[in-house]
Design a protein around this ligand. Structure first.
Ligand SMILES: Cc1cc2nc3c(=O)[nH]c(=O)nc-3n(C[C@H](O)[C@H](O)[C@H](O)COP(=O)(O)O)c2cc1C
Length: 412
């Protein structure tokens, strides 16, 4: 039986071609300058990834609202942005003919208290668990504010197309605002934005429609969605599949599957505890869900999380569970990983996850993010990745970044 190769092209339903099956998933870079425009280092970083061979690069989350920031040096794309700085990024990030999609995000209540005195959310419900202290209780958005945010997603998408991104991805996963609306744990509204799943998904569907109106039919509009939140009373797999079906019906081009949130970061730890024995043997997360989803839709799919070997990637694609494999941490530590995986069917990439040895401290300083961000900053400066980078230094950097954050614009 002939098998699909990792370097085989893939055509989306709108005719757009991904040159191969490997995608660099979104990786928040914190490479915005004081005005939250992209620093030149972002262009160098994405040029490195483009040359590394991935068919699709998705940017780290770009914020749609400068009053709502997830990390101190996030990039924002809105009417105040300097578009020239974005053009340099998209030009170098596509040198090898790959796709480069902008991930658009609003953090909702996952905006730390140093950046948001009063973050916004569907309902005034605080985050829980080890990270809760770093976040203030949010205020529930008014109807008018919800509609403003939907418009902001559309504006950012229009600008993304204008500056040369070849597609956009709505960040609908990992506990950020879109995900908060979908979850009956975080969305306890009694108006038409909450209650039934149909109401809870109105926010994401309205965002999709608003974006589509701005970018036209042939521009890829994708979403990253949780298979589940893995939280009591949270977004379930069945609900997630129904959201996918609704998005497919209105014309979404591509779905990327992930899972978890700040409260339960399954996106980087995987669903191995909850998964069946057969999944535990596989390296990638969320594959059971993808297999079940595949029976309900033939929409182009990517699964992200856990892929470390060409064999694991090939298996996932040839099982039919996914069309594309998404990788984040391995692509940071080895930007030319796709070339290596294309030429060697036995290719495996392993390393030790950074830790100070103090799990709670690692959680509080978001070590998993900052350690990898520091690696991206090195690449952006033309330096080599440093696998021995000290987790303690990375944690200190995390604190330093917060202390030196440009002021966040106040909500009017
Ligand atoms: C440093 C870092 C930054 C990340 N930033 C984002 C982001 O901006 N948007 C997003 O959807 N996921 C983000 N993620 C999650 C990854 O896209 C991915 O889902 C996760 O790391 C699992 O994939 P992996 O096992 O290949 O790393 C980030 C992960 C890391 C390590």
């Amino acid at each position: 039986m002939s098998s699909i190769k990792l370097n085989e092209a893939f055509k989306l339903n709108n005719g757009v071609i991904l040159p191969n099956r490997i995608m660099k998933s979104a990786t928040s870079e914190q490479l915005g300058d004081k005005k939250r425009n992209p620093k030149p280092d972002l262009a160098t970083l994405y040029e490195t990834w483009s040359l590394g061979g991935a068919g699709l690069l998705v940017t780290g989350n770009i914020m749609v609202d400068r009053t709502a920031i997830g990390e101190p040096f996030n990039v924002v794309l809105d009417e105040e942005s300097d578009l020239f700085q974005f053009v340099r990024w998209t030009q170098l990030g596509t040198v090898k003919g790959n796709q480069l999609w902008a991930q658009l995000n609003h953090p909702g209540k996952q905006s730390p208290n140093v950046l948001s005195k009063v973050p916004v959310a569907p309902s005034a419900i605080s985050l829980e668990g080890d990270i809760a202290k770093a976040f203030n209780t949010p205020k529930a958005l008014s109807d008018d504010e919800i509609n403003q945010i939907i418009k902001r997603f559309a504006t950012s998408a229009r600008l993304a197309k204008k500056v040369g991104f070849t597609g956009v991805q709505i960040h609908g996963a990992h506990g950020y605002l879109v995900n908060q609306f979908l979850s009956s744990r975080h969305n306890q509204r009694t108006d038409n934005w909450g209650g039934t799943l149909e109401n809870r998904m109105k926010f994401v569907l309205d965002i999709y429609h608003a974006i589509r109106l701005e970018v036209g039919d042939n521009f890829p509009v994708a979403i990253k969605l949780n298979s589940a939140d893995f939280q009591k009373g949270g977004f379930t797999e069945e609900e997630s599949m129904q959201v996918v079906e609704a998005l497919v019906q209105v014309g979404i081009d591509f779905i990327e599957i992930s899972g978890g949130s700040y409260e339960n970061p399954m996106m980087v730890t995987g669903d191995v505890q909850t998964a069946s024995k057969s999944t535990r043997k596989r390296e990638a997360y969320f594959l059971n869900y993808a297999e079940a989803l595949r029976k309900r839709t033939d929409i182009p799919l990517a699964v992200t999380g856990g892929f470390r070997s060409s064999e694991g990637m090939m298996q996932a694609i040839n099982s039919g569970a996914t069309d594309i494999v998404g990788l984040a941490r391995p692509m940071i530590l080895k930007p030319d990983l796709p070339m290596a995986a294309f030429s060697d069917t036995k290719f495996v990439f392993n390393w030790n996850e950074p830790t100070t040895g103090f799990k709670k401290f690692d959680m509080m300083t978001m070590l998993t993010l900052i350690w990898y961000e520091k690696q991206m900053w090195r690449i952006g400066k033309g330096q080599a990745v440093k696998l021995k980078l000290s987790p303690w230094m990375a944690s200190l950097t995390s604190i330093w970044k917060v202390l030196t954050s440009p002021p966040v614009k106040r909500r009017s």
